[in-house]
Design a protein around this ligand. Structure first.
Ligand code: GLU
Length: 306
């Protein structure tokens, strides 16, 4: 029986109406607080090339922590297993920017998707790449299959002006010897990466590699090995939603990654990638409408890993 995906997306818009206006935009980064809060878009990209969308699926937004999937993927492709000597693979069970846990665990971040872990991954990239920022951007452009991926300079500036907690995390990591480069350089690239702007359609395209066992779709190019891709998706499943990864697995049942810009990308290997965007967040930092939309999607389509 074929599934009417467009109808499912249309129904999701109707059935999440009641959540309009609920939640808060991420105002700890002042520039993010300027976004118009009630926007909502979904882009479903099937691995056979067909796609479906509703709402603001082509509006750009800051991808924030979703970018951590790309930096990790590049680090793993460059360093392989060595990455795991400096970052762990456990759900954090605490806030994504916790200092307490890092102190307690002697500078080894719980996973690469909390801020401490992402900062260590960025440090690895700075050590490994000739032109870290350009090379990272080029890597993301390659995954996206386009040349126009760019950084929102206003958001990056705003983060740099207000990133006191991230600076504290980076300094603590440095003190434990788990940052090898200059703290300023690590923070700078981290904030730039978080400020990359994409839309739902572009993110769904960019994540196809992870749903395609590491092969860049439409090419023979193996970006990650099958095993590395499996691990990347496993980490998204167990650690992709701050301190709400269990809830996301429970309600949606797909690996994915959220960001405080209100975006969420999720995927089903060999089947599809899907991106939702709605800027109003719950207290854990995840998009309220986005979470509900994905729950409805896997329930209605009966396409979940579990
Ligand atoms: N740039 C944000 C921060 O470091 C990323 C937060 C996020 O999306 O989780 O606070």
């Amino acid at each position: 029986m074929s599934i009417n995906y467009q109808q499912i997306l249309n129904e999701i818009v109707e059935e999440t109406q009641y959540l309009t206006g609920k939640g808060k935009v991420a105002d700890y980064i002042p520039e993010l607080a300027k976004v118009s809060p009630n926007q909502f878009g979904i882009f479903l990209q099937m691995m056979d090339g067909s796609s479906y969308h509703v709402g603001a699926a082509h509006t750009q937004f800051a991808i924030q922590s979703i970018s951590k999937v790309f930096s990790l993927s590049l680090a793993v492709s460059l360093l392989g297993e060595k990455v795991w000597e400096r970052v762990d693979v456990e759900p954090s069970g605490t806030a994504f920017n916790s200092l307490l846990q890092l102190e307690y665990e002697k500078g080894i971040p719980r996973n690469p998707f909390i801020n401490a872990g992402a900062l260590v991954v960025i440090d690895m990239l700075i050590s490994e790449l000739k032109k870290p920022k350009e090379d990272l951007m080029d890597y993301i452009r390659m995954l996206a299959g386009k040349n126009e991926v760019h950084i929102n300079k206003k958001v990056a500036h705003s983060e740099k002006q207000h990133g006191f907690r991230n600076a504290a995390v980076a300094n603590l990591l440095k003190d434990f010897g788990n940052i090898h480069n200059k703290v300023e350089d690590v923070l700078d690239l981290y904030f730039d990466m978080c400020s990359i702007e994409m839309n739902c359609a572009e993110l769904s395209q960019t994540f196809k590699m992870f749903a395609n066992h590491g092969v860049l779709p439409g090419t023979e190019k193996q970006i990650l090995t099958r095993s590395q891709t499996k691990r990347q998706n496993a980490l998204m499943q167990s650690c992709g939603f701050y301190d709400e990864s269990g809830e996301f697995t429970f309600t949606v049942g797909l690996p994915g990654k959220s960001g405080v810009g209100g975006g969420i990308v999720a995927l089903f290997p060999e089947q599809f990638t899907i991106t939702v965007w709605s800027p109003l967040l719950n207290e854990k930092g995840n998009s309220i409408k986005g979470m509900k939309a994905l729950e409805l999607f896997t329930t209605k389509s009966e396409l979940s890993l579990f």
